[in-house]
Design a binder for this molecule. Sequence first.
Ligand code: BG6
Length: 490
Amino acid sequence: MVKSYFPKSFLWGGALSANQCEGAWNEDGKGMSVADVATLKPHIPVTDYKAQWHVGLEDIKKAMETDDTVYYPKRRGIDFYHRYKEDLALFAEMGFKVLRVSIAWTRIFPKGIEETPNQAGLDFYRSLFEEMRKYNIEPLVTLSHYEMPLYLVNEYDGWVSREVVDMFVKYCKVVFEEYKDLVKYWLTFNEIDSIFRHPFATAGIVEEKYSSKKEAEAAIYQALHHQFVASALATKYCHEIIPGSKVGCMLTRTLTYPETCDPRDVLLAQKENRDNYFCSDVQVFGKYPKHVLNYLEENNIHIKMEDGDLDIIKKYTVDFLSFSYYMSMVASIHAEQREKVGGNLTTGVKNPYLETSEWGWQIDPIGLRIALIDLYDRYRIPLFVVENGLGAKDKIEEDGSIIDDYRIAYLKSHIEQMNLAIKDGVELMGYTAWGCIDIVSATTSQMSKRYGFIYVDVDDYGNGTYKRIKKKSFYWYKKVIASNGSDLEY
Ligand code: BG6
């Protein structure tokens, strides 16, 4: 037993996204989304993150011509759409106090342009949230988790178009009205900063539509500006429609260390970290950081802004900051001569003090404590760890059990560091372990990269019974929640 600093109100739970778990990609009026274009890519080296998620015009055309669900695994997910009651019962058995899910925009507005929402889509999420409430599981709902309507990509260039802001706000207002009695905690854009790493999944930007790298980069900044405005407007309407609601932004925290104490390494790492803070600086402080404005000016990138945009961003800042944390990186002025590692769509120099996951992600629990302290010292608003976990291959033993001690060890070490960060004075609202039931991987669309406390019997190609099996970590996490983080033994 360890001394727990977790507050009594701490929200323990798990996290999922619609496009990685629901399946039913073309049922009940759902439109096609950017996720339905993602193909299975198991053999790409971890350091080649661009290739993991590159989507071109030809890929979109091919995807639109087929109903295949074998090589488009996000179309089938784990069939959560039909099995959510069974899955929620298992989460409740573990004692979840919160479940992070996302709403697929395409279930509510299949193309994004419709005047009236799709009733079947609204009904699905109502039933999902009501079922959570039945178990006293608080829904934490992401409005956009890599799932914008494909129609808006093809006809509007995704978030590069200003019109998409209005369509997104229309969607947000509908879901706030619809679920105002059921959902109190909302997140606007999942890993909003990921637009620089995979502009297609995050913002519907097809890079080959632009004549040069520079033009594509300008499109990314334009789209991001639109997302900042949309996020601020969503925050405004959420507060107006649901009094007492809390809205968070969501950052991929890619903590970077200097390789040495050479001030040039330190400066480089500092730059990486400041770049990483760009989006949360805008969403928490309500204005663009000066170093970004300088960069835009020097590179002749002119973001088109409408009158009032900067006021909206200034006025409607978020209530809390949520983030994903999986790993840390190292920056070095001698990077070319160093061994590289990749993970979560970033690359960097290998850290000799850390182990890596099977997918090459550097495991760094103390980094989570550092990240929490840094973020809290910078922003002074409540934090929420909404993604953390280990993607690994699991084996079913002859007796049917799954002994995932490696996963428990990963989660335990991160929870220990969270506990210490709270002791260090950080205000932390909750923790949602990523992929609390096995789901399709975001980057490579594999099923074999598993994060869950619950195993789902399906392979990379969709073969299997979809049966749910409790892993050893299921029983362990139940104990962790019941003891409010003081019993971490296994
Ligand atoms: C985060 C995403 O970046 O990483 C999730 O928000 C994703 O959607 C998670 O699943 C882990 O990545 P992967 O590729 O292992 O599923």
